[in-house]
Design a protein around this ligand. Sequence first.
Ligand code: IPE
Ligand code: IPE
Ligand code: MG
Length: 219
Amino acid sequence: MEHLAVIMDGNGRWAERRHLPRLMGHRAGAEALDRCMHYCKAAGVKYLTVYAFSTENWKRSEEEVSGLMKLLSSFIASKEKTLVKEGVRFRVIGRRTDLSEKLQSEIAALEEKTKDGDFTLVVALSYGGRDEIVRAAMKFKGATEEEFAACLDTAGIPDPDLIVRTSGEQRTSNFLLWQSAYSEYYFTPVLWPDFDQAEFDKALDAFAHRERRMGGRLK
Ligand code: IPE
Ligand code: IPE
Ligand code: MG
């Protein structure tokens, strides 16, 4: 598998079950992302896209939103050295002008510093599939699907092979609407902070048993 995408859901419930503030769940979620990146590299996956904040997540409390933004900013600051050392190319998709100017410039700097990495971590931030498609349509001057795809935030990134959603919810919540046309889906009740190597292996194993016909015939 070349590209794994994950809807990292269930951080809030993970914290609530422990009588902790939701933000502690998001912190544990950031650690789970760190681990997942390593599972991907070890398994030969080349692209990992994670849904970190949707265009709809701005509706959450000011406390949760600002906590998440701080967490992102500290993730960027603390991971810079390791990402460069480990050859991880960092890239953000989404409506980045929604983010603070400080965060926008931290993101741009990290993208630049890591641009030569051979493993790509794509973080979807203030991301909505419909929003991405509308912004692409504003730029679009061509006529083909390929030309349209080149106007999306994901230009140059292959479509995801598998999309995993944790926490038992079975919906896309506006994630990679265009790119998921032929992706396989895998849903697990496990909450994102608890997503470990065994769960990762289960998801990859399930994927290995899927028959991807892409509209073609069975042999
Ligand atoms: C996913 O966890 C992370 C974000 C949406 C930022 P949630 O915060 O949605 O966790 P639940 O769904 O409330 O458990
Ligand atoms: C989707 O999770 C967005 C992220 C994981 C960042 P949500 O928790 O926001 O989605 P809904 O509200 O359950 O659909
Ligand atoms: Mg959720």
